[in-house]
Design a protein around this ligand. Structure first.
Ligand code: RUQ
Ligand code: CUA
Ligand code: CA
Length: 610
């Protein structure tokens, strides 16, 4: 009996194995073909440009990462809340960027939500806004230079989280205070806790007014017609423990009526808290409408046509569809476990990230509203535990429906192991067809919460090639040293491959104000200047003038040298700061082509270089 069975198994095995083999071969072949075609889709040959810019929030890097799509090539880090010596940003006391940053908080940040400016429902390529959740700041980046143009602290809130532009005008950006506190700031009494949504002038980032209420405000999205802005609220319990925050089965989407808030402001129906007008929702009926939805919701996203607001259930497997005008819940389709964020292709489909299922689910909005059973169109596995997801142009009125980024919280074994801490993982998904197709995965630093993609055409005539010469620029041939007591202004230029002056002298304890202009007119000819052991490093792009202030507090010779490899004479591009004892006689700088310089540098009689 036993033997018989073994024989049978052996026979089955013999019979089955070849079948298995050819099956595996076919599958392997299909997989190989698929990777080849995916590779072709994302292959952008060296020297060719990508189609899209993707701006990923840098999370705890305090920055914004710029990638090219579809190649997934990393192009730039826009340092915002953290200094970057290599970019000459914010690490030099006395520089504008340093002053602006330290005036608003610490020199680090936690960026979450990059937002692009729009005109007529399309990205206009002017501004990118981003929040710092940890220190309650909002910054504005100028897309001509990819540099920070403004940073402001938002008063009265904690946990500056959801950020969006008020549409269609973009006259405000609004930021949600996720972490409840007493707005006046002094009380520890939880019964006084409220949350606030702050409306900031989109240009100056001054807080114009705030709306306060009991509960919290997580993710933000704007209606398209200038009436409501929306937020999800997961802590309507106003609890202070995680258990308390999940007590209710339903929390809410909040809708703020912006024109009504503006009217209340004009009518004086507010109290000033720390100089900011705060409208208490209880005192202005209609200014805040709460729409109950299940349970600890997270993302909310208005559809491109402005008809609906979709809010993700997070602890409920549903997405709630709310009419963005009547504020009525009209459907609550089930989509999968842990829905967090939804994005759109402009063809009536929603793509929802499922954190627990590690999937993106594509579903048809109208079918779900009509209760048709086949509203789920497709599901695709992502790796792993996706948070945000964003399709190109999804928050405009005209999504392009071609690419989608899945921003995954865990990368597990996706990349070479680099110790216990792993990078985050993003995946690029082709959504142009009926079925989604994951075509690439690429790592980045922790953690890109959210992303926006803009077509390169939008920025084509926006991004500048070289800086316009500023009024404060130092002109070639007009370099000079100006002493005023112990303050020394050094007006310096640099051009391949020389700093002018190449030497200057100060007394120990003098305060040096360096004004350095890169007088190159050629694009991409960046120079840098690092002062050895003085803690100074600046980068200066062509046409740019950088400034910094430092104290020469040690006697001796300190070389300053170029930090960007710029020419065959890059290493020779250096000069000396000579710090002499107080009272010592100083040689005055005699101008760029001073005879003394020439004589000193002339080869000595009999030297090997004669
Ligand atoms: S959050 S994973 Cu900061 Cu945008 Cu949703
Ligand atoms: Cu200038 Cu290297
Ligand atoms: Ca809750």
């Amino acid at each position: 009996m036993k033997n018989k069975n073994l024989l049978l198994l052996a026979a089955l095995g013999l019979f089955l194995l070849p079948g298995c083999d050819s099956d595996t071969t076919a599958r392997k072949q299909k997989a190989a073909e698929q990777s080849t075609s995916a590779a072709q889709q994302i292959y952008v040959p060296p020297g060719k440009l990508d189609e899209y810019y993707a701006f990923l929030s840098g999370g705890q890097s305090g920055s914004v990462f710029v990638y090219g799509i579809p190649s997934c090539r990393f192009i730039k880090e826009i340092a915002i809340f953290e200094p970057r010596a290599g970019l000459g940003y914010a690490n030099n006391p006395g520089s504008e960027s340093y002053k602006r940053l330290v005036a608003t908080g610490p020199m680090w940040g936690d960026t979450h939500h990059p937002v692009l400016s729009q005109t007529d429902g399309r990205y206009d390529g002017h501004w990118l806004w981003i929040n710092d959740k940890a220190n309650d700041r909002v910054a504005k980046v100028d897309l001509r230079t990819f540099e920070v143009a403004e940073i402001k602290l938002v008063p009265n809130i904690q946990g500056a989280h959801g950020l969006a532009a008020y549409l269609p005008s973009c006259k405000y950006v609004f930021i949600n205070g996720e972490l409840e506190t007493d707005p006046a700031g002094n009380s520890t009494d939880a019964a006084k806790y409220r949350s606030l949504v702050a409306f900031l002038d989109a240009q100056t980032l001054e807080t114009k007014f705030q709306v306060s209420f009991v509960g919290n405000a997580d993710i933000a999205s704007s209606g398209k017609d200038g009436r409501y802005v929306f937020m999800t609220m997961y802590n309507t319990e106003n609890a202070t423990t995680s258990e308390g925050m999940i007590e209710r089965d339903r929390d809410a989407v909040g809708a703020i009526d912006v024109p009504l808030a503006e009217k209340a402001l004009a009518d004086g129906k507010f109290t000033k808290v720390n100089g900011v007008p705060v409208i208490e929702s209880e005192k202005v009926p209609g200014v805040l409408t709460l729409i109950p939805i299940p349970k600890n919701p997270h993302g909310c996203n208005v559809t491109p046509d402005g008809k609906y607001i979709l809010a993700s259930g997070k602890l409920s497997p549903t997405v709630t569809i709310i009419d963005a005008h009547t504020l009525k819940v009209i459907a609550e389709p089930e989509v999968g476990l842990g829905p967090l964020h939804t994005t759109y292709d402009g063809r009536g489909n929603a793509y929802t990230s499922l954190f627990v299922d590690s999937q993106i689910v594509k579903w048809n909005i109208e079918k779900a509203i009509k209760g048709e059973r086949d509203y789920i169109v497709d599901r695709v596995d992502v790796h792993y535990n996706v948070g945000h997801t964003k399709a190109a142009g999804s928050d405009t009125s005209h999504p392009s429906g071609d690419w989608l980024i899945s921003l995954n919280k865990l990368s597990k074994g996706m990349f070479l192991p680099v110790g216990p801490g792993m990078p985050e993982s993003q995946e690029l998904i082709d959504i142009s067809g009926e079925k989604m197709r994951v075509v690439a995965a690429f790592p980045s630093l922790p953690e890109p919460h959210d992303a926006v993609m803009v077509h390169r055409k939008v920025l084509e005539n926006v991004v500048v090639q070289t800086y316009e010469i500023q009024p404060t620029a130092v002109k070639l041939g007009e370099e000079k040293i100006v002493r005023n007591g112990n303050k020394v202004d050094v007006y310096m230029t640099c051009i391949r491959s020389k700093f002018v002056p190449e030497q200057f002298e100060v007394h120990e304890g003098d305060e040096i104000h360096l004004h350095l202009t890169n007088v190159e007119t050629v694009r991409d000819m960046t120079h840098g200047v690092a002062f050895s052991r003085m803690g100074i490093n600046l980068a200066v792009d062509p046409g740019q003038t950088a400034e910094t202030t430092f104290v020469a507090d040690k006697l001796g010779t300190y070389w300053y040298y170029c930090t960007w490899f710029c020419s065959a004479l890059h290493l020779e591009m250096r000069g000396r700061l000579l710090v002499k004892p107080p009272g010592a006689e100083l040689n005055e700088y005699l101008g760029p082509l001073a005879k003394a310089d020439k004589a000193r540098n002339a080869p000595k009689k009999g030297s090997a270089f004669e």
